[in-house]
Design a protein around this ligand. Sequence first.
Ligand code: ADE
Length: 364
Amino acid sequence: MEKPILSAEAVEALLTWYAQSKRDLPWRHTRDPYCIWISEIMLQQTRVEAVKPYYARFLAACPNVRALAELPEEQLLKLWEGLGYYSRARNLQRAASVVLAEHNGSMPADYNALLKLPGIGEYTAGAIASIAFGIPVPAIDGNVLRVLSRVQASYEDVMRADVKAKWREALLQVIPQDAGSFTQSLIELGATVCVPNGEPKCHACPLFAECEAAKLEIADALPVRGSKKPRRIEERTVLLIRDGDRTVLRKRPPKGLLAGLFELPHVEGHLAKEAIPSLVRGLGFEPLRVERLEDSKHIFSHIEWHMIAYSVRIAPEFDGWHKESGMLLVPNGELHASYAIPSAFAAYKKHLSFGNASEKPTQT
Ligand code: ADE
């Protein structure tokens, strides 16, 4: 028989380490599958510290599957505002409707049924199944890939499906009775000890005795990730168009990047200041004054927006704007409470007046 990926002693050491050293995180106080699901979706691509307040707010507003399925879209997007990757929120809601229709409103205690839900892939299905239900299935995220490739001193490309599948099989053979703690212990080890940037803290690692990368002193070279396609760079000119009391927002189309969110109007390219008045007139507003704001950059998974921006004061009494253009003139007092504006515009949100001096926009 092939050597197991982790010995029984290593698994034991890992679980003991986890019991003693785990961070006290809100989603570790529950085994409610709904809460575990929400936490795991939020934690994809997002730091633990950033997730904490969103997790609490989301569960307060939306405590169960039915509440999520019935939440109006604008409220859903508002709850997600600043977390990014908004398709996660839409998929949560789609999946909630399926759980309501097909599973009586309870998350199914079955890996394959979980896997069928929108937005739930192998990792998330494994995490919910093991953490909430104790089902012995692995959950392999970036943290776990790093730990495993170091323990094995493996130079195989962790982005390859066959490499992941091989480790999934190998982990399946060593999952202990407490499958949930095993899942979380590997994630925790990757997040706090076997860290991605800088020196891993090998002296504190429960797997040190059998870590091949530590022995060979090659941990910092692992894991190997195949080269990704470079992101497409898009230049944008963003307009912060205001009269004294109102700001112009635009609702994004229902499909694609940042679907359905509200944004500051913007156009392709980097336009000179002289080009702005006619552009704004073309939108049906009468520009009075144009000022250049700071440049900013936002990185999406496949695209980078390189933004320049202008603040444009418009005449308040002018009523020629094109309502059918999808533009909204939003009273400043309503901006913060009612409109989900994505973090791509974070640099410019600080210039928005929210109509109440004591109220700060969410920093993301
Ligand atoms: N990242 C993904 N899942 C996590 C969890 N359950 N705890 C901490 N970080 C995580």
